[in-house]
Write a new protein. Structure first.
Length: 174
């Protein structure tokens, strides 16, 4: 076992103005994502091409932003292709939620994900997960189920992700 000495870099302070800017930009990013989700595979291909053209035409202004948007369009197109064809690996996901009545919020209490070789196997795995966890559902606990492709997968390890801007980002209003 190796012992490492030293200090972890300190997190720089985040001012209220910076928090407000992050919140505002996050809302605009959400709008971009929703716009891309509404486009067809064919439209996304043309969109990504045009976004890359804009990125190269205006490299000193907002070219990097357009390049990132083009990458996101390609990602959305791949997700749509996976859902259309069913190819690749798929995840079965069961999420349990605790409903907290006084605060009218809900909090995720468990998420079980199973990687499956096909979409059909993911459906079967989801049925098995529901059967194995039915006893956990109750008056204030509900379950959500989802099947998604490996392209859509975001690791569930919360310790590796950046923290929320506000303290209640984990809670979802009812």
């Amino acid at each position: 076992m190796t012992t490492v000495k030293g200090k972890a870099p300190r997190k720089p302070p985040l001012s209220h103005d910076a928090k407000d800017a992050i919140r505002e930009i996050s809302m605009k990013i959400g709008e971009i994502e929703r716009s891309l989700e509404d486009l067809s595979e064919h439209s996304l291909k043309g969109f990504a091409y045009e976004a890359r053209r804009l990125a190269s035409a205006y490299p000193h202004e907002n070219g990097r932003v357009w390049a990132a948007i083009a990458d996101e369009a390609d990602h959305q197109r791949e997700i749509k292709a996976r859902h259309r064809t069913g190819r690749g690996q798929w995840y079965a996901c069961l999420t349990l939620w605790l409903h907290e009545k006084p605060h009218r919020t809900m909090r995720e209490i468990d998420c079980i994900e199973v990687l499956c070789p096909t979409r059909e196997a993911a459906v079967e795995a989801l049925c098995k997960l529901m059967a194995e966890n039915t006893h956990r559902i109750g008056l204030n606990i509900t379950a959500d189920t989802e099947i998604f492709s490996e392209v859509e997968h975001v690791p569930r390890d919360r310790d590796d992700r950046p923290g929320p801007v506000d303290d209640q980002a984990e809670d979802v209003a009812l």
